[in-house]
Design a protein. Structure first.
Length: 430
């Protein structure tokens, strides 16, 4: 089993050099990868900007398979500079690629596994010591590059152990990417499903109705277009009672009612403030405010429309939100989904000042389609079943990410040796 040794980052590299931005892209001779072309996990997610780069510069600075891109300028207060990404020529496609002048190209020595070097530097970026290499200048953060290269890191003495660590982390990373792709696919399917359910609905047998083109006799005209004959269209104010937040903001004193703003409406149900803000009954009374009862549908009414959730408990909302208490003819979840898809309609209805908004009358004038409560229930059950699949995939993704974080800490520091780990895995599969 190989031992580990402490080396400077520069000792892992055969070369390091700055990127190049080049000139306007006519004619295009190469593509230049920028900060927006990489994600925080070290993946290259963009195709780069087409640029005109001199042949001599391409010869010196073109990315080679296995290079690591190091962000040397940029960053922000909550995202330090020093992110890395791995360049895989087979995924990049044909043509020459460079990194921009805000990056450095790090080329590993041949005696080191190039992907291991990337994983090590990616792990290093997520350690607290990366903060020591930040240098703030005029509105931009630069990496203290020479000091960064001199930073000590522990690595195996044998490339075979590096390769085994890479194998494990790459396998886990592939599983994460596949799960992310599955979630994205399920989300796309859900949007298509919602469009069908909210415009065509389902019959007594639980099947989607044919489209209006396929069966025009099943549909009728409405202010919202062609809808099933059994459905009606009404204004939100006709089938809901409204609750408008008070004019005065109550003191956020840590009381019993969550204080909810538009940023808290990211899921189907909202039960708390992401910032942990809350209001007491006495503070609310002084501000002449009202609580929003559990089961109400809350929607955005200022700026961006089409954001909606259901209150899971009694809570208090700010003035950028409006709440509806649905009547018995309307399922809260049905209303929530309708309000989400009608965001563009509300945007057209909104009053334009410095920022677009809907007042109480506007909020109560949003037209919505209403099937029978039985059909609403059947349709919502289909949506919940699909959401359950997505939730399960998201839980698996969280587990994989947690496992990856743990393995990176264990394997990339030598705290857990990879050879016994692989041996245990082989025995488990035997």
């Amino acid at each position: 089993m190989s031992e580990w040794a402490s080396v400077q980052i520069r000792e892992l590299l055969a070369d390091s050099f700055a990127g190049d931005w080049g000139d306007s892209p006519e004619p295009t001779t190469a593509r230049v990868l920028r900060a927006t072309d990489i994600d925080n996990e070290g993946n290259i997610i963009g195709g780069g900007a087409p640029r005109r780069i001199a042949p001599s510069t391409i010869a010196r600075k073109a990315l080679a398979d296995g290079d690591t891109l190091l962000e040397a300028s940029g960053g922000s207060t909550d995202k330090p500079v020093g992110r890395v990404a791995y360049f895989d020529q087979s995924k990049a496609g044909t043509g020459d690629y460079l990194c921009s002048n805000f990056f450095k190209t790090l080329r590993p020595k041949k005696e080191h596994d190039s992907k291991f070097v990337f994983w090590k530097l990616h792990w290093f970026y997520n350690q607290s010591q990366i903060l020591a290499f930040q240098q703030q200048t005029t509105g931009i953060i630069n990496l203290k590059f020479e000091e960064y290269l001199s930073a000590p890191v522990d690595v195996p003495s044998e490339a075979t152990e590096e390769a085994k660590i890479t194998q494990i982390l790459d396998t886990l990373d592939t599983q994460i990417r596949q799960t992310e792709a599955l979630i994205a696919k399920l989300e796309r399917i859900k949007q298509g499903l919602l469009t069908d359910l909210l415009t065509r609905g389902i019959d007594q047998n639980g099947q989607l109705r044919p489209t209006p083109d396929q069966a025009p006799h099943l549909y009728k005209d409405s202010p919202l277009g062609r809808i099933p004959r059994e459905w009606t269209t009404q204004m939100t104010g006709e089938v809901c009672s409204s609750i408008v937040p008070g004019r005065n903001k109550p003191m956020l004193d840590g009381g019993e009612f969550p204080w909810v703003t538009v940023t808290d409406l990211s899921e189907n149900r909202v039960a708390q403030s992401r910032l942990g803000l809350s209001v007491s009954a006495s503070s609310l009374k002084k501000a002449v405010g009202r609580t929003i009862p559990a089961g109400s549908v809350i929607m955005s009414c200022v700026g961006e429309f089409g954001i909606a959730s259901i209150a899971s408990c009694d809570l208090v909302i700010n003035q950028q939100l409006h709440a509806f208490v649905p009547s018995r003819a309307l399922e809260a979840e049905w209303l929530m989904h309708i309000l989400r898809v009608e965001g563009p309609l509300m945007d057209r209805m909104a009053t334009q000042t410095t920022i677009k908004y809907l007042n109480k009358t506007g909020c109560e004038s949003v037209p919505i389609v209403i099937p029978s409560t039985g059909e609403q229930v059947r349709a919502l059950e289909i949506v919940r079943q699909h959401e359950s699949q997505t939730d399960h995939a998201k839980e698996e993704l969280d587990k994989l990410r947690l496992a990856k974080d743990g393995l990176m800490d264990d394997l990339l520091t030598g705290r857990v040796r990879v050879t016994p780990l692989l041996g245990a895995a082989d025995q488990a599969h035997a």
